[in-house]
Design a protein around this ligand. Structure first.
Ligand SMILES: C[S@@+](CC[C@H](N)C(=O)[O-])C[C@H]1O[C@@H](n2cnc3c(N)ncnc32)[C@H](O)[C@@H]1O
Length: 387
């Protein structure tokens, strides 16, 4: 037998994972970080498995496997995670290096980065692109890797998981997890949306980002913790209406559980104002007022325009109103008047003063009252003249 010091000699984690591989491996299998080839061999022995691609970042490991493992179902390839991998698999196996580097061992077979979870994080951020819709991932990690972190990465990449087994060995707990694509991820991928990642959550919605037709997009779904009813449909409905008036990010797809729109990258309004000069600020404020006037005319109340801190994004010198979850038809919409309130609030006023922009609070209040009683262009223009 050829020996090689770069090869991870199978330990308890390997033999326990091997049992799960025998039970679950199916179809086309990818064994990432194959080491001695133990998982690849176990998979190849299963009648449910058609072929196995076994990879490792270390060339010596692949050379070793090519010499020592003779199995027609298995092909070996040197690859750093998915870098040289093509196609999709039904099963992906990964017994990663998962120990923190503070041990200073400089050993690729067991160290998974500074904190121990970096290799797993990278693996999970790419895995869905290489996994068939009903595929599964068998993965190992340890309590030394930080379970909460690993679970966060799993959720951020929109996988569901199941703990198959937990074993206490010497000074650590070892976890064996089975991951599958979440239904949302499958649906989005079915629509040709790739690289889907969790971005953030609001009270009612969860926001993801992804790629669609080579463009960055955002996906909004219901926050399962929210009891609010019909918000997703509501927001998609408003976007559809407002897009016709060139307001809001462009709506791309609608489903009952989610909608997809152009991702707007840029600064929130306050950050933009802080960074910009007087002339640009004036132009932008006027553009926002004009959009809000359209909303008033359509009798749509967007709500929250008196503190629109996270509701207006500046992108390529264009203001985008976002978040229409609470929008509603109203006989008396308050978009323009609420934005007047925002303009005269003391925090914003301080910032504007530092840009040598002085807004006459009393005049704005008076003009907002006039506008409120008669929402027409003439009255809007009177407000704009004060900016
Ligand atoms: C803990 S060993 C597991 C070996 C074997 N699969 C087993 O279950 O015994 C981790 C393996 O992952 C490999 N590895 C480390 N970083 C990798 C990376 N970025 N891409 C692919 N393989 C990697 C190491 O060379 C090592 O062979």
């Amino acid at each position: 037998m050829v020996s090689c010091k770069s090869v991870y000699e199978p330990r308890e984690d390997s033999t326990m994972l091997e049992t799960w591989v025998k039970k679950y491996a199916k179809g086309r299998v990818l064994d990432v970080g194959t080491g001695s080839g133990i998982q690849a061999i176990a998979a190849a022995q299963s009648n449910n498995v058609k072929s196995v691609l076994a990879t490792d970042v270390q060339k010596e490991v692949i050379d070793y496997c090519k010499k020592c493992v003779k199995n027609k179902k298995i092909r070996f390839l040197q690859s750093d995670l998915f870098k040289r991998i093509k196609g999709k698999f039904d099963t992906i196996i990964f017994n990663p290096p998962y120990l923190p580097q503070d041990l200073q061992l400089k050993d690729l077979t067991i160290e998974g980065g500074k904190k121990g979870y970096e290799v797993i994080e990278q693996f999970l951020s790419e895995a869905s692109n290489f996994l068939n819709p009903n595929g599964l991932i068998l993965m190992v990690f340890s309590s030394l890797t930080k379970k909460e972190k690993v679970e966060e990465f799993i959720k951020n990449n929109i996988f569901d998981f199941e703990e198959l087994e937990k074993q206490h060995i010497f000074f650590e707990d070892i976890y064996f997890y089975l991951l599958r694509k979440n239904e949302l991820l499958k649906k989005l991928e079915n629509e040709k949306i790739t690289n889907v990642k969790y971005l953030t959550k609001g009270h009612r919605g969860l926001l993801y980002i992804g790629l669609y037709k080579n463009k960055k997009i955002a996906v909004k779904t219901k926050n399962p913790k929210s009891t609010a009813f019909g918000r997703i449909e509501n927001e998609a409905k408003w976007l559809k209406i407002l897009n016709k008036h060139k307001i809001g990010p462009k709506l791309l797809l609608i489903d009952k559980d989610y909608f997809v729109y152009d991702y707007i990258g840029g600064n929130f309004i306050i950050d933009y104002i802080k960074k910009s000069n007087k002339n640009n600020i004036k132009k932008i404020i006027k553009k926002i007022f004009n959009q809000l006037f359209v909303l008033d005319k359509l009798k749509i109340d967007k709500e929250e325009m008196h503190r629109p801190l996270k509701h207006i994004i500046m992108s390529k010198n264009k203001p985008f109103l976002i978040d229409f979850e609470r929008s509603r038809y109203s006989p008396n919409p308050k978009n323009v008047t609420q934005f007047c309130q925002f303009l005269i609030n003391s925090r914003l006023n301080q910032i504007l003063k530092s840009k040598k922009m002085h807004i006459n609070k009393q005049k704005i209040i008076n003009l907002a009252k006039v506008y409120k009683n008669n929402k027409n262009k003439v009255n809007l223009d009177k407000i704009l003249k004060q900016i």
